[in-house]
Design a protein around this ligand. Sequence first.
Ligand code: GDP
Ligand code: IMO
Ligand code: MG
Length: 424
Amino acid sequence: MANKVDVLLGLQWGDEGKGKVVDVLTPLYDVVARFQGGPNAGHTLEFEGQKYVLRSIPSGIFQGNKVNIIGNGVVLAPDLFMDEARDLERSGHPLRERLHISKKAHLIMPTHRLLDAAYEAAKGKNRVGTTGKGIGPTYTDKVSRNGLRVGDILDNFEQKYAAHKARHETMLRALNYTCYDLTEVEKKWMEGIEYLRQFHLVDSEHEINHYLTEGRSILCEGAQGTMLDVDFGSYPFVTSSNTICAGACTGLGVGPNKIGEVFGIIKAYCTRVGAGPFPTELFDETGQRMRDIGHEYGAVTGRERRCGWIDLVALRYAIMVSGVTQLIMMKSDVLDTFPVIRACTAYRLANGTTTRDFPFDITNVTPVYTDLPGWQQPLTQITSEADFPAALSDYIRFLEHELQTPITIISVGPDREQTIFRHQ
Ligand code: GDP
Ligand code: IMO
Ligand code: MG
């Protein structure tokens, strides 16, 4: 299918179902690579009656002997990585040979997680509601040229670690965050560093470009979603990396001219975890039904996901900033019982005007909805587009028209098999 680099991205606030789609598409590629984020991600896959949640390991790890790469743009917590990798190995999925880790990926230290908590506490009611995994402080250290990288474990590591830790402790004291005991956590973290040494630690930018020269194909797996992008998301309620297509170029070292298809993953509705604006959020029984039927609870923190209708203003923007070429619609089955499905096509601004363009500030916008009839029949057993209820086909056509982008795959359940490729 692909002869270069295809990129798969979440277009909403994360948890769109990226992990499932990467797993489904992996047989079409030679290599799968993560390019940003870290263990704040929780990518769920289901097949053969088993469920797996991946945090740092790419979702291509289960489909044959494909190379999976953790790229330079990722932030890696050695202790959490060790737990995740050992669980996979125990469940019969070997990964030592097929998982390659960039020496340029940054390490999340235990003190980064403390700083994450300390900054959140200092923000008080303005807190972001982070996953607490140390993501922000680790990327801050990277950008301020204070970071510790995977490649650093190969030489004089203890000394470098101590210097970074001392600097963090000074910062924690300044934030009045002093009640902690790192003894156990640090022990396990260091064990994680030793564990990491058993993997292929690589110059992944060279490796990936070498694969491209050989004519091999690469699927890049995004984490989070466009609305959490540090530049284009609902700032400051965002994560600390670029989750858009350009992030794949910087997070792996591939040129933009190598990018082929850009897959945008969307839910048939919308969810968000953590704080921040969410124009189409539902606080009523309909939102609760989405949460119950869609099992909308965070894969990383177990928090309730906020639920609402699909937001086409935000999606048009997400498609624009990443150059999305195809959409993939997930969790269609969650809407099976809804008599009416609403889609936000525009925002009414505080000054009374209406816009279809995503504005600078979305805190005080009111969604303008188009109502469509629901299909009110179960989708989970459907295997072909020919069997789609008419109302579902109408909903798909409506979205394609509004978003000016084809929807090429429809997901009707969490299992790998519950995936329908549309023939356009
Ligand atoms: P990711 O972070 O984008 O990989 O998504 P998550 O794994 O955090 O959340 C998506 C959730 O929806 C997971 O529990 C998936 O198993 C589940 N899921 C994915 N596709 C579908 C679908 O089409 N229907 C239903 N009902 N669940 C799905
Ligand atoms: P996947 O890859 C949903 C949210 C957090 C918080 C904000 C910042 O599974 O889609 P961070 O810990 O990154 O500093 O938190 O971003 N967040 C996610 N929400 N899915 C994710 O990842 C997320 N990763 C971070 O809830 O609001
Ligand atoms: Mg997730």
